[in-house]
Design a protein around this ligand. Structure first.
Ligand SMILES: Nc1nc2c(ncn2[C@@H]2O[C@H](COP(=O)(O)OP(=O)(O)O)[C@@H](O)[C@H]2O)c(=O)[nH]1
Ligand SMILES: [Mg+2]
Length: 481
């Protein structure tokens, strides 16, 4: 990565296509020199002399070819070249910019040709095309953002729901980074004390008592576990959740999908085996993106197409965050129930008894009890036809996926698998350190675990990181971000 920050980079920062405004971004030590070759302010001033963070109307022109004689500084752009576009131009002088470097943004009209020509003009003027995520990477390398904040930039762009956006914004403000950094500092200090104790072992000075060490480890371990507990929900908020509707043919799965979507998406008939493929559609409930998945009815069949559909249904269930096992109240029997119980319990399940409009209340109560005892799952009785129980089902799905509201989470929410894995490693190191302390193991070994914990925490913020990890993170970004 050495030397990378010496380049001046440029890219189209807005999405491809036609639109009102398209932005070209330039960043790096040579930003002004690049910009002044192509930007002619209508005020006649030079860009380098205007106040930072102010907008100026300008004409954008291709730069002079270097072979021509160097014009005097006030006439960097010769008047006889064709203007590419008129634009608003802003200079943001480092370090008060996104990358902490000098940045110029050219706000021109968003058309393929305009943006390409302006970008090419920047390249001819001495900039190089930015790599994916390179602006954000520079913000990180220049200390403007920690790694968790840089990742939150991407989460903000990719947010699939309001709730996901809300968390991304918290992370972008640095809340997560600060909490993790506070923990890491604590380990670094403990480590220093333990190591000092090792160095001065002969003088028999205890720099940190075992009891003190133990309680510090207990406390930090608890804090990390609390963060980890939020991660399942957090990752779901970031990526959305899959709810798979499964059950035997004709129990009303497709009808339920349509009702939950509020749209006629899947074909409903009274012919068993109508749905042969997996049908997916997304909805947003209370800020959570939910993908509802309708599947082929599960039964033994000789029909090859249906068999293939059933196979897909099983794999959809494997990948679901929540499975709704739909049963038909008119046909429900002990066998159905026991089969539902024997389905893989790897994921969360709700048992939904449909067509309650066709059976009497006593029968329903009986079935309800039977199902609840038999499956150990939450059981809901509904009728897609009359709408009974649908609101309750919707509410149950929501609470299953997001058991507590966002606001009630005192600790930061972990939404990123990379963060979760780093915290898990930290937690393992803490447990090992605790065991060593309890068993009176040599401080040298405790020190190794303390270092392991602080390094793992450092990976979250990027205090400790490798080029490989950085490249992987930033390669997910688009060019221009
Ligand atoms: N009486 C009644 N019929 C229903 C209900 N839900 C679905 N059905 C009917 O059951 C049949 C099968 O429904 P469908 O959604 O295609 O079932 P799937 O095979 O599980 O997808 C259709 O004729 C539906 O109209 C319900 O709550 N009450
Ligand atoms: Mg169906």
């Amino acid at each position: 990565m050495d030397g990378v920050l010496e380049d001046t980079i440029c890219a189209i920062a807005t999405p491809a296509g036609e639109g009102g405004i398209g932005i070209i971004r330039i960043s790096g030590p040579g930003t002004l020199s690049v910009a002044e070759k192509i930007v002619r302010l209508r005020s006649g001033l030079l860009l380098s002399t205007v106040s930072s963070h102010t907008l100026h109307l300008a004409d954008i022109l291709p730069p002079e070819l270097p072979s021509l004689c160097d014009p005097p500084a006030t006439q960097l752009i010769r008047p006889d070249r064709d203007v590419i576009d008129e634009a608003l131009v802003v200079l943001m002088k480092g370090p008060r910019s996104f990358t902490a470097e000098d940045v110029v943004e050219i706000h021109c009209h968003a058309g393929h040709v305009v943006l390409r020509l302006v970008c090419e003009a920047c390249l001819t003027a001495g900039a190089r095309l930015a790599e994916p995520g390179e602006f954000t990477k520079r913000a990180f390398l220049n200390g403007r953002l920690d790694l968790s904040q840089a990742e939150a930039v991407l989460d903000t762009i990719r947010a699939k729901s309001e709730a996901g956006l809300k968390i991304a914004q918290r992370h972008l403000r640095g809340d997560l980074g600060r909490q993790v950094e506070r923990l890491r500092t604590r380990f670094v200090r403990l480590l220093a004390q333990v190591e000092a104790g090792i160095d001065f072992a002969e003088e028999d000075i205890a720099f940190v008592g075992r009891e003190e060490l133990r309680s510090a480890l207990d406390e930090t371990g608890h804090e990390i576990r609390t963060m980890l507990e939020t991660s399942q929900r957090g990752v779901r908020l970031r990526e959305g959740a899959r709810v798979v509707i499964s059950g035997r043919p004709n129990v009303g799965k497709s009808s339920l999908l349509n009702t939950l979507l509020g749209a006629d998406r899947a074909i409903v008939t009274d012919i068993p085996g109508t749905t042969r493929d997996v049908i997916e559609e997304s909805v947003v409930w209370d800020g959570l993106l939910i993908t509802l998945v309708d599947t082929a009815g599960l039964r033994d069949t000789v029909d090859i197409v249906e068999q293939a559909g059933i196979k897909r249904a099983h794999s959809a269930m494997e990948q679901g965050d929540l499975v709704l096992h739909v049963l038909d109240a008119t046909e429900l029997n002990e066998l159905d129930l026991s089969q539902t119980c024997s389905l893989p319990a790897r994921h969360m399940s709700l048992v939904v008894i449909n067509k309650s409009d066709l059976v009497d209340t006593d029968r329903i109560t009986h079935l309800f009890r039977l199902a609840e005892e038999g499956t150990g799952c939450k059981v809901l009785v509904i009728s897609v036809r009359t709408g009974v129980g649908i609101d309750e089902l919707r509410e149950s799905i929501r609470t299953y996926l997001l058991p507590a509201s966002l606001e009630s989470t005192g600790s930061m929410m972990i939404t990123n698998v990379r963060h979760r894995q780093a915290l898990e490693r930290a937690e393992t190191s803490i447990q090992e350190a605790l065991a060593s302390v309890r068993n009176g193991v040599e401080p040298e070994f405790v020190a190794i675990d303390l270092r392991g914990a602080s390094d793992a925490l450092g990976e979250v913020t990027g205090a400790i990181t490798s080029d490989e990890v950085l490249n992987q993170i930033f390669s997910e970004f688009c060019i221009g971000k």
